[in-house]
Ligand binder design. Structure first.
Ligand code: HEC
Length: 142
């Protein structure tokens, strides 16, 4: 192939890769408004919220928009598993740069309390009802 052809082939591939849906998020998007509300209230603080000029992102998972969720979710099975096991929302622990911020830590304590009081877990499990929970080892084998 000539260099020019190679370049256009690369461009086409880039576009396709971008449009291709992430199979991990199959059937989960777009989020229903009540699911978006739960994720915004209970998850985005550590998974996509901009705090002090930097995005908080844990485990590369950005839940701040449907599009980013679709792109960054590694395993729906693992997502269900961490919800079933009450591993998420994670106990108050921010990234190192924010860890000494008492106000943010207090916000996280309140966030977890609200998650329990408001039935957020049930709403998320209903959203994931067709997903089989897995340990997420599938992700590491790739
Ligand atoms: C206090 C911050 C915090 C909150 C709030 C939070 N997470 Fe997490 N999340 C983390 C951290 C830290 C990790 C990295 C893995 C670990 O330490 O357990 C993670 C990892 C994950 C993973 C990947 C797990 C894996 O091992 O592959 C998923 C899925 C996830 N979170 C979903 C959620 C969902 C859904 C919510 C809301 C119900 C949520 N998280 C709320 C901090 C948080």
């Amino acid at each position: 192939m000539t260099p020019r052809l190679l370049l256009s082939a690369a461009a086409v591939l880039t576009v396709c890769a971008h449009l291709a849906a992430n199979p991990a998020a199959d059937g989960l998007l777009p989020l229903k408004p009540e699911v978006r509300k739960v994720i915004d209230a209970s998850c985005v603080m550590c998974h996509g919220e901009v705090i002090d000029g930097g995005k908080e992102i844990r485990d590369d998972l950005d839940l701040s928009t449907d599009e980013l969720l679709g792109r960054t979710l590694a395993s729906a099975g693992k997502l269900k598993q961490v919800i079933l096991e009450d591993k998420m929302p994670h106990k108050p622990r921010l990234s190192r740069r924010l860890r000494d911020n008492a106000e943010l830590q207090a916000r996280l304590v309140a966030l977890r309390e609200n998650y329990k009081q408001s039935g957020h877990k049930e709403i998320l499990l209903d959203w994931l009802k067709d997903v089989t929970a897995t340990t997420g080892d599938d992700k590491k084998k790739e």
